[in-house]
Ligand binder design. Structure first.
Ligand SMILES: NC(=O)c1ccc[n+]([C@@H]2O[C@H](COP(=O)([O-])OP(=O)(O)OC[C@H]3O[C@@H](n4cnc5c(N)ncnc54)[C@H](O)[C@@H]3O)[C@@H](O)[C@H]2O)c1
Length: 292
């Protein structure tokens, strides 16, 4: 018996990298999978249907069920078609893994409008659009009296949650995705939908292309040693977050190698309160108390 027997899952950007590993593991665990990927370059340019189809072929070769979808996740009609493709192929939908992403790194002072917009578009809108239409479907099911036990798993990054120079566009989108997940979890609980997010770390074309990281993410020469950067290490946690009886929602986890780490959200910390309006001069001395 697989952990995801009978589950229908859409995994965006699953033609390559971490998403491909999710798709293969989901199928091994018994899920029927929609392998979405528009097959673009790392910066989001171009398209190629081959990667998604190859993953579908691999899943079918091991006896699993999968269909390919090449829609752009950040496109309003495309995202809608993506949700529809799961319903057409398998008649239902239980899991949405938002994973598709691109990179256009540049220091802030040199970043172009296009580099900013492209990254915010693919990540932030590319999480919103499929979630929006999947959520509408699950609300419909709930209103029709059908029990819903659905899961959304989003993909954030330490680049946003902890910060990484050269990635104001990517980091802002990824921190936004964590906030989006927490709020969506609050809104969708009433429809039986749990929303969580991961911040993964793995060897893919994205990390291999990042200055300073290409050496770090290399597989160990000694093959008997555990390869902490293998992208397949991330997928078991995502598969767990997709299970029917997952007992929590609204959480973010860092996942790398054998590590699953709780990422605590922003918290209200030390406070100064005058119980009246501050003057600027007072704040000049009082705010120091908050800085530790
Ligand atoms: N690799 C890491 O260490 C790491 C770290 C933090 C976060 N992430 C995130 O994990 C996710 C997967 O990244 P990866 O490292 O596997 O990179 P990758 O480039 O190997 O895979 C991303 C896939 O998304 C697809 N894609 C891009 N834009 C799309 C769109 N608009 N619609 C549909 N598909 C689209 C690409 O074609 C590609 O196959 C991304 O969201 C990335 O930001 C990765």
């Amino acid at each position: 018996m697989g952990a995801l027997d009978g589950r229908v899952a859409i995994i965006t950007g699953s033609g390559r990298g971490i998403g491909r590993e999710h798709a293969l593991l989901f199928a091994q665990e018994g899920a029927k999978v929609v392998v979405n990927d528009l097959g673009g370059a790392i910066d989001g340019s171009g398209d190629d249907r081959t990667p998604a189809q190859q993953v579908v072929d691999e899943i079918k070769a091991m006896g699993g069920e999968a269909v390919a979808n090449a829609d752009n996740v950040a496109d309003w009609e495309g995202g809608q078609r993506l949700i529809q493709s799961a319903l057409e192929a398998f008649g239902e939908l239980h899991v949405l893994v938002n994973n598709a992403g691109i990179l256009r790194d540049r220091v802030l002072v040199n970043m172009t409008e296009e580099e900013w917009d492209a990254v915010i578009h693919v990540h932030l809108k590319g999480h919103f659009v499929p979630t929006r239409f999947a959520a509408a479907y699950w609300r419909e099911q709930t209103k029709a009296g059908k029990p819903v036990k659905a899961n959304v798993i989003n993909t954030s990054s330490t680049s946003g949650l902890l910060g990484n120079p050269g990635q104001t566009n990517y980091g802002a989108a990824k921190a936004g995705i964590a906030a989006f997940s927490v709020i969506a979890a609050m809104e969708l609980e009433r429809y039986g939908v749990r929303v969580n997010a991961i911040a993964p770390a793995a060897r893919t074309r994205m990390t291999v292309a990042t200055p300073g990281l290409s050496e770090v993410v290399k597989a160990p020469e000694d093959e008997s040693r555990f390869d902490i950067w293998d992208p397949a290490n991330v997928s078991p946690m995502v598969a767990y977050l997709a299970t029917e009886n997952l007992p929590f929602t609204g959480r973010v986890f860092f996942v790398q190698g054998g590590k699953v780490q709780n990422m605590t959200p922003w918290q209200m910390a030390d406070v100064i309160d005058k119980e009246d309006r501050w003057t600027v001069a007072e704040l000049e001395t009082e705010v120091k108390k908050l800085l530790g």
